[in-house]
Ligand binder design. Structure first.
Ligand code: HXC
Ligand code: NAP
Length: 257
C-alpha cells in the first residue's frame, strides 16, 4: 500500500487497535495526526510513529468535547493540508450487567463511542478532501450481536454502524466514502484485557472463533488500509467484520467444549 504524503487522522489513535492502524499508515508513508485524552499517551504514540520515519503530530482531546476535537482537526489541516483518511475509534468499555450500570455509566460509554464518533465526523467534514477522502469508524460485532454484560457498548456500537451507513449516503455525492470495521477479539489490547481477563476466558473464547485464534492489530490495519485505498473505490457504507468468522455465531465453541 502506498500512502505517501496522504494525511491520516486517527481519533483514539494512541493505543491498541487504533495505534496499530496508525502504524500501518505511517509505514506506508502517510503523515499522521492522533488524538486521545491523555497527553502522555499522545506523546508516546507520536514518538513511536516518528520512529517509523513518519511525520506525526498529536493532541490531547476528549471526543465528547466537540470544540476540542474541532481544534485538533483544524490544527492538523493547518499543518498538513486536507485530510485524506479519517479513522474514528475512541471507545470505552467494561463488563457490567444492565442492573449494575447507573444511568451515568451507560451514558458515559454511549457518549464516548457514539456521540464521540458523531463529533469526530461532524467536525472533520470541513477539513476532508472532497472528492477523495475516506472514513473508517471502528465498530464491533457486538453492534449486531446482543451480548450480556455489554448493553452499553452494544447500544453505542449499533449507533456507530448507523452513523456509518447514514453518512455513506449523505457524503457519497461529495466523493467521500464512509465504512466501518468490526474487529473480533484482538490480541494484546485493552479491550480484550477487560472483556476476557484471564487465561480460562481466553481459551473459552478462542474455541468460538472459527479460525481458532485471536486477531492481530496488524490485520485490522491491513483491512483499514485496503478500505481506504482505490482498490475499494466502490465500497461505501459497509461494516466489515474482521474477526476470523467469530460473528457468524455458530456453535463451534459448544461443539468443541
Ligand atoms: C459499572 C462503571 C464501571 C464498571 C465505570 N463505571 N466503570 N459502572 N461497572 N466496571 C461508571 C462509573 O461509576 C460512573 O458512573 C461512570 O461509569 C463514568 O465513570 P468515570 O470513571 O467517571 O468515566 P471516565 O473517566 O469518562 O472513563 C470512561 C470509562 C473508562 C469507559 C469508564 O473505563 C475508560 O476511560 N475507558 C477507556 C479505555 C477502554 O475502555 N478501552 C477498551 C475499549 S474496548 P457513576 O454513576 O458512578 O457516576 C472496546 C471493546 C469493544 O470498546 C467490543 C465490544 C463492543
Ligand atoms: P484502547 O487501547 O483502550 O483504545 C482506545 C483509544 O481511545 C485509546 O487511545 C484511548 O486513549 C482513546 N480514548 C478513550 N476514551 C477517549 C475519549 N473520551 N476521547 C478521546 N480518546 C479516547 O482499546 P482497544 O481495545 O485497542 O480498542 C480500540 C477500538 O477497537 C475501540 O473502538 C474498540 O471498541 C474497538 N474494538 C476492540 C476490540 C478488541 O479486541 N480490543 C474488538 C472490537 C472492537 P486515552 O485513554 O488517552 O483517551
Amino acid at each position: 500500500m502506498d500512502y505517501r504524503d496522504k494525511v491520516v487522522f486517527v481519533a483514539g489513535g494512541t493505543s491498541g487497535i487504533n495505534l496499530g492502524i496508525a502504524r500501518g499508515f505511517a509505514a506506508a508513508g502517510a503523515r499522521l495526526s492522533v488524538i486521545s485524552r491523555k497527553q502522555d499517551k499522545v506523546d508516546a504514540a507520536v514518538a513511536e510513529l516518528q520512529g517509523l520515519g513518519a511525520q506525526a503530530m498529536g493532541f490531547a482531546a476528549d471526543v465528547r468535547d466537540y470544540e476540542a476535537v474541532e481544534k485538533t482537526l483544524a490544527a492538523t489541516a493547518e499543518a498538513y493540508g486536507e485530510i485524506d483518511v479519517l479513522i474514528s475509534g475512541a471507545a470505552g468499555n467494561f463488563l457490567a450487567p444492565a442492573l449494575g450500570l447507573s444511568a451515568n455509566a451507560f451514558k458515559t460509554v454511549v457518549d464516548i463511542d457514539l456521540l464521540g464518533t458523531f463529533n469526530v465526523m461532524r467536525a472533520a467534514y470541513a477539513f476532508l478532501r472532497k472528492p477523495g477522502a475516506t472514513v473508517v469508524n471502528i465498530s464491533a460485532p457486538q453492534s449486531w450481536l446482543p451480548t450480556p454484560m455489554q448493553i452499553h457498548a452494544c447500544a453505542a456500537k449499533a449507533g456507530v454502524d448507523m452513523v456509518t451507513r447514514t453518512l455513506a449516503m449523505e457524503w457519497g455525492p461529495a466523493g467521500v466514502r464512509v465504512n466501518a470495521i468490526a474487529p473480533g477479539p484482538i490480541e494484546g489490547t485493552e479491550g480484550m484485557d477487560r472483556l476476557s481477563p484471564n487465561p480460562e476466558a481466553v481459551a473459552k473464547l478462542t474455541k468460538t472463533i472459527p479460525l481458532q485464534r485471536y486477531g492481530q492489530k496488524e490485520e485490522i490495519a491491513e483491512a483499514a488500509m485496503w478500505l481506504c485505498s482505490d482498490k475499494a473505490a466502490y465500497v461505501n457504507g459497509v461494516v466489515l467484520p474482521v474477526d476470523g468468522g467469530w460473528s457468524l455465531g455458530g456453535s463451534l465453541g459448544m461443539s468443541q467444549a
